[in-house]
Design a protein around this ligand. Structure first.
Ligand code: GL7
Length: 824
C-alpha cells in the first residue's frame, strides 16, 4: 500500500517533475540513467522525512548509540532495497509500469556501492540493515572512496582490473554535510609544555599536515518501521588558507602537499581480502576516518551531556577487525589532550567504550605496522600506544612473573612493530569471533594467551545475512511463495521460516519450490548468455562457487576436480553422468599471482570443455565476470549446489554459505566456519561434507605439513590431472602458464610448504562428495526435500539474530520507536 505521502499519482508526478527539472526532458525522451536518477530522487524525498523523524526520536530518547567502525561497507545497490524496506516495491513497480518504465531496467542503471572487498564488508552492510529494521540507534562510519572495488573484466581468460568510477553520474542517496567537517592531522612533531594555569602536561603537535574530513550521510532504511539510520562516510578536502597555522600561511609547498594528501587519502579502496598491505596510505586512511568519526561522536555526545567520563553510557564503538583499532589511542588522545581527562579516567572510558571483532585467523591479515612508519605518521598517537603497552606489560609481568614468553606474545610493541590486534584485545571490553568454530580456534590457538589472561572478554557472534536483500529482493518468486504459505512474518523474523518444514512432506509444495528454482535458473542462464555468451542448460545441476579468489578458499580444488571429471567423461563416454554447469565468480587481489593464475585456469578449462562437442554438453564451466552484490542476488537464487570448500580452520565464518542456504541450495563443504552450524541446523543428511577436520589441519600444520608427493605418486588419475597443468592441455602447448599453481602443490623448494591448503589431501574425499551430490540430484523427490529443508532451516542465519546477540551481550542498546515522518 502506498502511504499518504507516497501516493501513486503523486509519485508519478514527482518522477515527471524530476525529469523536467533535472534534464529538461519528458519521460519519453529521458534515457534509463536519467530515469533512475529521477525515480531515486522521488524515493529519497520520502526517505528524508523519515530520516529526520528518526534522528529526532533518537535525540528525544537520548538513546545509546552503536558506532560501527569499518574500512568497508559493501552496500551494493540502494534503490531496490530501499523500496523493499519501505514496503512499496510492488506499488512503485506498478506506478512505473503505467508510465511505460520497467523498474528492473531502472535498477540496473545504479552502480553498486562497492566500498568493500568481500564477506567482511558485506557483513557490515547486512548489520546496518538489521540495526535499522530492529529500531536500534546506529551509525556506520567509514570512508567515501572515490573508487570502490575494481570492476573485473576478463580478457583472453585473464582478469583485468578497471577502475570503479561509481560516483561518475552522482549518487542520489547521499547528503553532503559540510557543516560537520573535522580536521585531521598527520606527522610533524610533538612539543611538550606545562600549562601555566592548570600545571597539567600539554602536548602540542607542530609542523603537521592536515586534511579536512567532510561527511556524506547515506540513509539506511529499516523494514516497515520508519526508521532511517545513517551510514556516514568521510570525504577529504585540503585545508587551504582557512585554519592553517600562522607559521604555514603562504607556504606554497605545504599548501600543494596538503592538496595532494587530501586527494590521495580517499582515492581508492585497497583491494585485498584477508591480507594486509602495510602501505603508509592505508594507515592514513584508517586514522583519517577514525579521528573524524570520534571527533564527531564526542561533539554529538557533548550537545546533551557535560561529563565525557560517562561517554560509555551513550556510546559504544565496535571495531570491525583490526582496521579501525587506531580508535583506541585516538579516543585516549581526544579525552586527554582535548577534554582534559587524566590517563586513568581516559583509559576507563576507552575500555568501556571499545569492542573488537576478529574476522580471520590468517596471519597475513592481522595488521602490524613498522614502528618507524607509525610514529612518523602519528607521533602523538604513538606516544599513547607506548604508554598503553608499558602499563600492559607491567600487568603481564605481575601475572606471569619470569615468563617473558608471555610478554613477547602479548605486548603491542614487539620486534619493531605495532601489533594492532593485540591493542584491540587489550583495550576492548569484548573480543568476538564470527562463528562457533572460529571463536573456539581463537580461544584455544591463535589468541590462547589472551584468553587465559582475560577469558571474560571472549565471546562468539555467529555471522548472519539480511533476508530482505537476499530473499525478498533477490528472489521475489520464492519470497512470494513463502509468504503465501506461512505469511510475511519471516521478513523481519526469519525464525518463522521454520513453518515451511511441514511443507517438505507436501509433494505439491516441493514441485512448486523446484519450479521456482528452475525459473531462477532460467533467469541466470539468460544473464550468462548476455554477459558471457555461453549457453547453459537450466536443467543441468547449477554447481556454484562465488566468493573472493583465495588459495584457502580452494577454487583450485574445484577446477582440478572438473579437469578430472572431463578426463573421465572423455575416457568413458558410456558412463552415466548427470549434466553439470560449474559456475564461478571471483575477484583476485591485483597483486595475487596464484589467484590470478587460477582465474586463467578456470577460463582455459571452460574454453576446452565448453567447445568439446564430443561430451554432448554434459559439462559446462562458466566464469561470471565482475562478481558483485547485484549479480550475487541473481546467482544465489539460481544455485543448486553451494560450494564451501575452504581448508578447514581457515574460513572464519563465511556468509555466502548462508545466502545459498536461504535460497535452497545444499552445502557441499568442509567442516569449516559457519558450515558447521549450517549442518547442525539442516542435518548431516542434508549436506555433503568432506575433507580434513580443523583439528587435523591444525595438527598437520604444527608438524610442518604433509607430503603431497605420497598422494601424487599413488593416485594416477589425480597425477594425470596435476600433470595436465604442465603439459599444455589447457594452455595451447605453453608449459609455463600454470607453473606457479603446479609448484604450489608439489614444489618443496619454495618458501611455502608444499600444498599448504591440503588440496591433494582432500581431493578424493571431495570427488566422493561430488558423486553423492549427483546421486542425490538424480532422485528428484529426495533432492526437492533436501533443497526445501535448506530454506526451512535457515532461520538462525539472519543478521537480525546476530544483531540481537551483539545488542544483548555487548552493546546494550534500547529499541526506539519512530513515528512516520509524514505526520510531521
Ligand atoms: C572475513 C572472513 O574471511 C569470512 O569468513 C567472514 O565471513 C567475514 C565476516 O566475518 O570476514 N575476514 C576477512 O578478513 N575477510 C572476510 O571476509 C575479508
Amino acid at each position: 500500500m502506498f502511504s499518504k505521502r507516497f501516493e501513486k499519482e503523486t509519485f508519478k508526478q514527482t518522477v515527471k517533475d524530476n525529469i523536467r527539472n533535472l534534464y529538461r526532458k519528458t519521460i519519453e525522451e529521458a534515457n534509463p540513467q536519467q530515469l533512475f536518477q529521477a525515480v531515486s530522487y522521488a524515493v529519497k524525498d520520502v526517505i528524508f522525512d523519515d530520516w529526520f523523524a528518526t534522528q529526532k526520536a533518537y535525540d528525544e530518547a537520548d538513546a545509546k548509540t552503536v558506532y560501527y567502525m569499518s574500512m568497508e561497507f559493501l552496500m551494493g545497490r540502494a534503490l531496490g532495497n530501499n523500496l523493499i524496506n519501505m514496503t512499496v516495491y510492488k506499488d512503485v513497480k506498478e506506478a512505473l509500469d503505467e508510465m511505460g518504465i520497467d523498474l528492473n531496467v531502472i535498477e540496473d542503471q545504479e552502480p553498486d556501492a562497492a566500498l568493500g572487498n568481500g564477506g567482511l564488508g558485506r557483513l557490515a552492510a547486512c548489520f546496518l540493515d538489521s540495526l535499522a529494521t530492529l529500531n536500534y540507534p546506529a551509525y556506520g562510519c567509514g570512508i567515501r572512496y572515490r573508487y570502490g572495488m575494481f570492476k573485473q573484466e576478463i580478457r583472453d581468460g585473464y582478469q583485468v582490473e578497471v577502475p570503479d568510477n561509481w560516483l561518475k553520474e552522482g549518487n542520489p542517496f547521499e547528503l553532503r554535510r559540510e557543516e560537520y567537517a573535522k580536521e585531521v592531522r598527520f606527522g610533524g612533531n610533538i612539543r611538550f609544555e606545562k600549562d601555566p594555569v592548570t600545571g597539567k602536561d600539554k602536548f602540542i603537535q607542530e609542523n603537521y599536515e592536515s586534511v579536512l574530513a567532510i561527511p556524506y550521510d547515506m540513509p539506511i532504511v529499516g523494514y516497515g518501521n520508519h526508521v532511517v539510520n545513517t551510514l556516514r562516510v568521510w570525504d577529504a578536502k585540503a585545508i587551504t588558507d582557512f585554519k592553517l597555522d600562522e607559521f604555514d600561511r603562504g607556504n606554497y609547498h605545504k599548501a600543494v602537499e596538503q592538496e595532494n594528501l587530501a586527494k590521495l587519502i580517499v582515492d581508492v579502496l585497497y583491494p585485498n581480502d584477508n591480507h594486509y598491505s602495510g602501505k603508509e596510505l592505508r594507515l592514513k586512511q584508517q586514522y583519517f576516518f577514525i579521528s573524524a568519526s570520534l571527533q564527531a561522536l564526542i561533539a554529538k555526545y557533548k550537545k546533551k551531556h557535560s561529563d565525557v567520563r560517562k561517554l560509555y553510557e551513550k556510546v559504544v564503538i565496535q571495531m570491525n577487525d583490526t582496521h579501525p583499532t587506531v580508535a583506541v589511542p585516538e579516543l585516549m588522545r581526544l579525552l586527554i589532550d582535548e577534554e582534559g581527562l587524566n590517563w586513568e579516567e581516559a583509559w576507563d572510558v576507552t575500555t568501556k567504550t571499545c569492542a573488537y571483532t576478529n574476522h580471520t585467523i590468517m596471519a597475513e591479515a592481522l595488521e602490524k605496522w613498522p614502528i618507524d612508519l607509525f610514529s612518523r605518521l602519528l607521533p602523538r598517537i604513538y606516544q599513547i600506544v607506548q604508554e598503553i603497552d608499558r602499563r600492559f606489560v607491567i600487568k603481564v609481568r605481575e601475572m606471569y612473573p619470569g615468563n617473558e614468553e608471555k610478554v613477547k606474545k602479548m605486548a603491542i610493541l614487539m620486534d619493531g612493530q605495532v601489533r594492532m590486534a593485540n591493542m584491540a584485545i587489550i583495550a576492548g571490553f569484548s573480543v568476538n569471533g564470527v562463528a562457533k568454530l572460529h571463536t573456539e580456534i581463537l580461544k584455544h590457538q591463535e589468541l590462547k594467551d589472551f584468553y587465559e589472561m582475560m577469558p571474560e572478554k571472549f565471546n562468539n557472534k555467529t555471522n548472519g545475512i539480511t533476508q530482505r536483500r537476499f530473499l525478498a529482493h533477490g528472489n521475489p518468486l520464492l519470497a512470494d511463495w513463502i509468504t503465501d504459505k506461512i505469511g510475511d512474518g519471516w521478513i523481519t523474523d526469519l525464525s518463522q521460516i521454520a513453518k515451511l518444514k511441514p511443507f517438505v512432506e507436501d509433494e505439491n509444495a516441493r514441485r512448486e519450490f523446484m519450479e521456482i528454482k528452475y525459473k531462477n535458473k532460467v533467469r541466470l542462464a539468460k544473464y550468462i548468455k548476455e554477459h558471457n555468451g555461453i549457453d547453459v542448460d537450466p536443467r543441468s545441476i547449477f554447481d556454484v562457487q562465488v566468493k573472493r579468489l583465495h588459495e584457502y578458499k580452494r577454487q583450485f580444488l574445484n577446477i582440478l576436480h572438473i579437469m578430472y571429471l572431463y578426463n573421465q567423461i572423455k575416457e568413458h563416454p558410456e558412463m552415466t553422468f548427470y549434466p553439470r554447469t560449474f559456475i564461478f565468480g571471483a575477484k583476485a587481489a591485483a597483486g595475487y599471482l596464484r589467484a590470478k593464475e587460477t582465474i586463467k585456469l578456470i577460463n582455459s578449462v571452460a574454453d576446452v570443455v565448453n567447445n568439446d562437442r564430443s561430451i554432448n554438453g554434459k559439462l559446462k564451466v562458466v566464469f561470471i565476470e565482475d562478481y558483485r552484490v547485484s549479480n550475487a542476488e541473481i546467482i544465489f537464487a539460481a544455485a543448486d549446489v553451494s560450494e564451501q570448500i575452504s581448508t578447514a580452520s581457515k574460513e572464519a565464518s563465511g556468509t555466502g554459505n548462508m545466502k545459498f542456504m536461504l535460497n535452497g541450495a545444499p552445502t557441499l563443504g568442509t567442516m569449516d566456519g559457519a558450515n558447521v552450524e549450517i549442518v547442525q541446523e539442516v542435518g548431516a543428511e542434508n549436506a555433503f561434507i568432506f575433507g580434513l577436520s580443523s583439528e587435523e589441519v591444525i595438527n598437520y600444520e604444527k608438524n610442518g605439513g604433509y607430503h603431497p608427493q605420497d598422494i601424487y605418486f599413488n593416485d594416477w588419475e589425480l597425477k594425470r590431472v596435476v600433470d595436465q597443468l604442465m603439459d599444455g592441455t589447457y594452455s595451447h602447448g605453453d608449459h609455463n602458464m600454470y607453473k606457479n599453481l603446479y609448484n604450489s602443490l608439489l614444489n618443496t623448494q619454495s618458501t611455502d610448504r608444499a600444498d599448504m591448503y591440503f588440496i591433494l589431501k582432500d581431493f578424493r574425499s571431495y570427488a566422493d562428495a561430488q558423486k553423492r551430490v549427483e546421486e542425490a540430484y538424480r532422485d528428484q523427490q529426495r533432492w526437492s526435500r533436501m533443497a526445501m529443508m535448506q530454506t526451512a532451516c535457515s532461520g538462525k542465519f539472519s543478521s537480525d539474530r546476530t544483531i540481537e546477540e551483539y545488542v544483548n551481550d555487548i552493546w546494550k542498546l534500547e529499541k526506539v520507536e519512530v513515528p512516520s515522518g509524514e505526520d510531521e
